[in-house]
Structure formats: structure tokens, C-alpha cells
Design a protein around this ligand. Structure first.
Ligand code: SF4
Length: 315
């Protein structure tokens, strides 16, 4: 994998942030630790292309400042169990073997025992972290049908490697997360997703999947031009509307139809799976899953309950 020029930035704080969420949509209360800005994996739909000005990878150093921010956030969580991830402005694992960026966080969360760190990736390589893993680290993979990966995520690990890596993480005692995101409408996608969910059921132990998110393709207007320019046929099939937050999404009836189908397929694997929708409206939640949520606090409460159930007194 080629690495663009990496620039190291020393931080004095300000890298732990609340996921900005989106207006009038239910947000899960996730928090991000922005260790890296920019990504070598170069997925064609990556929203970073619309936001970042150049191809450089910015790596944040300054462990003490980050830990002090985390202590402050976790100690003032007001009864919630905070969840953090390093995979928002980059991929958590793509350059981690080379730069060893996450190791101090694994050690910190393992000792703190009051919050969860999620490493979210499309790069199936966490072997260098094996000896630092602990139950407070969740290894997560974004998964899509292989046909879509071949077309739009060319530099990432193939699906079977991601699922095998997730299984290996389970065998090492970690909970794993899965993110079916972005889900994209293209000719034959329903069948591909049936196979994909079949593979999840065959390869993984459902009792060690902590959560599964479902997120349909959405992008800001600046991205729309880029997708047109690059003639991304997989990404421009379907009917889009522009939401109150300005982002393009598939029309609501389609979103409900697809979420409902995937939610049921996943629950058929194991009805105890915790499946949530990423940045959706309360009415879409209700129609797709039967779950009534008034606001984001409702979803954050469901996460707290889920974590308490599976960790027992350990968190
Ligand atoms: S892995 Fe994530 S951050 Fe990296 S290019 Fe793909 S979508 Fe962007």
C-alpha cells in the first residue's frame, strides 16, 4: 500500500470530539478520537475527499494531552458508558502496524475499565495489537458485498479477510462490531446482501458481536459533483433527496424497505443481535425496526443497556 507523505502534528488537546450527528436525526452519542486525518485506502465514496484539502495524512501525537481529555470526558459521562472510536477521519487500522498509533489507547481503556474503544476498519490487520487487546477494545469492520468492494473500495481488504479477522478477534476474547455502511442500491444488491448476512451468520459467533450498524449511502453536495465526475455507477443508482441537513440520501420509502429487509435478515441469525440505524429519523426507526425512539437520548440509553447486559459488572 502506498503511503502519502505523513505529517506529524503534536496536539495539546481538542482531538476528542462528539460525533456531530445530524439535525432531526437520531444520533448514538459516539465520540471520536481524531488520531489521524486522511486515509490511504481511497474508497471512491469517501466523504473525506470533500472535506480535506490535500492528500497528506496528518498524524496526531501527544499521548498525555489525549489521555487527559479522555479522563475528563469519561469521568464526567453522567451515568452513561462512553464509546469512542478512532475511525472517523481515517481508518483505524490501515496504517497502524507502521505507526503504532492505537496501542496507548488500548492500554488506557484496558486500565480505565469505564468506557469502550472501537477500532473501525476495512483493513484486516490487527495482529500487531494482539498482545494489547482487552475486553474494553472492540474490533470492528465495515462490510459490504465483495462486488461493491471490487468496484469502490479497491485498496481495502476483501470481505472474507475482514470476516476472518473479526472471527480471530472474537477468539482472542474481544467483542466485535460490524458496520453495514454505506449500503448502496445497485442492480442485484438485495441478493448480495443476503449472501453477505449469510456469511456473517456462518463465520462469526453472534454472542460476541456487540453491535451492528446499518447506514445507507449519504453524502454532502460537494461529494455529488465528485461522484458524477468519476462516473461512479454503483453510487448514483437510486432516487435521492436532499435532507434538512443538506445531505443527499435515498428517498424515505426506499430507506425503510431496505432497513426492514436487512434488520430482519440479521435478527434471523440471532434475535439477540443489537442492530442500530446510523443517523436516521425516528419515523424510519419505527417503520423499519418497530423500535420507538423519541430522541438521541433514547438510543444512547439502549447502548448503555446493551453494554451493561454483556459486560455484567465488568463495566
Ligand atoms: S476506509 Fe474509510 S476513511 Fe478510508 S478511504 Fe475508505 S471510507 Fe475513507
Amino acid at each position: 500500500m502506498s503511503l502519502q507523505k505523513a505529517e506529524f502534528v503534536e496536539t495539546k488537546g481538542g482531538v476528542v470530539r462528539k460525533c456531530p450527528g445530524t439535525k432531526n436525526h437520531i444520533c448514538c452519542g459516539y465520540q471520536t478520537i481524531d488520531l489521524v486525518e486522511g486515509c490511504v485506502l481511497d474508497c471512491s465514496y469517501c466523504i473525506l475527499k470533500a472535506y480535506l484539502r490535500d492528500d497528506r495524512i496528518k498524524i496526531t501525537r501527544g499521548e498525555d494531552a489525549i489521555i487527559s481529555e479522555l479522563n475528563n470526558t469519561i469521568d464526567n459521562a453522567g451515568g452513561h458508558i462512553p464509546r469512542f472510536g478512532t475511525g472517523e477521519l481515517s481508518d483505524s487500522l490501515a496504517i497502524d502496524r507502521r505507526y503504532k498509533l492505537n496501542r496507548f489507547l488500548l492500554e488506557y481503556f484496558g486500565k480505565k475499565k469505564k468506557a469502550i474503544l472501537e477500532l473501525k476498519s476495512k483493513w484486516a490487520d490487527f495482529g500487531h495489537l494482539s498482545e494489547h487487546l482487552n475486553p474494553y477494545t472492540v474490533i470492528s469492520f465495515s462490510v459490504s458485498p465483495q462486488r461493491f468492494i471490487d468496484a469502490e473500495e479497491k485498496r481495502t481488504s476483501p470481505l472474507y479477510k475482514r470476516l476472518k479477522a473479526a472471527r480471530a478477534a472474537q477468539e482472542l476474547g474481544c467483542f466485535v462490531g460490524l458496520h453495514l455502511d454505506p449500503i448502496v442500491i445497485y442492480d442485484g444488491f438485495e441478493k448480495d446482501y443476503r449472501y453477505l448476512i449469510g456469511d456473517i451468520g456462518r463465520i462469526l459467533d453472534p454472542s460476541k458481536i456487540i453491535w451492528i450498524s446499518l447506514g445507507l449511502l449519504r453524502f454532502p453536495p460537494a461529494m455529488y459533483g465528485l461522484l458524477l465526475e468519476r462516473k461512479r455507477k454503483y453510487l448514483l443508482t437510486g432516487e435521492f433527496i436532499r435532507g434538512e441537513d443538506g445531505k443527499y440520501r435515498y428517498i424515505k420509502t426506499e430507506r425503510i424497505r431496505i432497513f426492514r429487509m436487512l434488520y430482519r435478515l440479521l435478527k434471523d441469525i440471532d434475535k439477540g443481535l443489537f442492530v442500530y440505524l446510523c443517523m436516521e429519523r425516528a419515523d424510519v426507526w419505527r417503520e423499519s425496526t418497530g423500535i420507538e425512539l423519541k430522541d438521541s437520548e433514547g438510543l444512547i440509553g439502549l447502548f448503555d443497556k446493551r453494554i451493561k447486559n454483556i459486560y455484567g459488572g465488568a463495566l
